[in-house]
Ligand binder design. Sequence first.
Ligand SMILES: NC(=O)c1ccc[n+]([C@@H]2O[C@H](COP(=O)([O-])OP(=O)(O)OC[C@H]3O[C@@H](n4cnc5c(N)ncnc54)[C@H](OP(=O)(O)O)[C@@H]3O)[C@@H](O)[C@H]2O)c1
Length: 285
Amino acid sequence: MRTIVITGGTDGLGRALALHHLSRGDRVIAVGSTPAKGRALLHDAARRHPSAADRAAFHQADLTSAAATRRLAATLRHTHPRIDALVLCAQRYRLLGPRHLTPEGLEHNFALAYLSRFLLSHDLRAALEAAPRPVIMNVATPGVPLGRIHWDDLQLTRGYSGTTATLQSFRANDLLGAAFAATHPRTPVRYITYNPGVVATGMPDHLPQPLRTLTRAAFRLIAAPPDTAIAPMCRLLDDPPAHPFTAYDRTRPLPLTRRAFDPEAALRLHRATRDLLDTLTPQEP
Ligand SMILES: NC(=O)c1ccc[n+]([C@@H]2O[C@H](COP(=O)([O-])OP(=O)(O)OC[C@H]3O[C@@H](n4cnc5c(N)ncnc54)[C@H](OP(=O)(O)O)[C@@H]3O)[C@@H](O)[C@H]2O)c1
């Protein structure tokens, strides 16, 4: 039985993937910050597939916290020494409003959308390497030519905007995949950075007005339903590419020669992230 860990597995794309894999007989561990959403997922899974009750689990974790993310990884390594797939979907956009810091003093978008993915990718590598065809899918926006890494101010202390921070986290995830493959040249883990296109999830529910109404209206016109959008993702998770690092815009592989995946920039961000983690004071549980 394959074991699939899905952050953001209680809503949107992550939830659709969780229910799909449970229907297929896999074990699924969904991670989210809201226990009620976790309970709803488990209830829905058991209702749809009675056999899924024993194969579905929910872990509550606030992935804006590096300490909580590390605790989650430690727990998962202990409970599941073999993990076949890690799918990174947890996200909460803060496109507007003032700069928001986590209790560890990190900018929110950086912490949730990038740093938690960095930590889980690296901290679960050994458990993934115990599986026959391990894969990490980082669900982000590769192929979108917007945003950049603010090398001299990763926490965006100057000239902050939520959009700038969100776009920086997207570009950081492009580099995360490239750096993962470069720093672990012999790993069997296949790292896929994946853009699902526009998908009708509950993402707009958390946006401020009038952006919420506008995004919902746009979603009604152009967004794919999650059950449709996950089809190419499932194919990649079932049959990971041979290359250690790949990037896809839905079904289209993206050339890795693009600046977004520049190997030097990837290693530079990797080092900067490790340096940043070294400065964090461990938080009490
Ligand atoms: N939807 C799109 O059109 C679209 C387009 C391009 C890329 N993507 C990418 O696809 C991925 C999934 O997006 P989606 O639209 O499916 O998202 P979504 O429906 O908004 O779901 C987000 C998930 O993340 C979890 N989450 C949020 N904050 C968290 C935290 N602090 N700690 C732990 N979990 C947290 C949520 O659970 P809780 O609420 O319980 O925390 C929920 O399960 C994201 O990475 C997104 O950037 C989506």
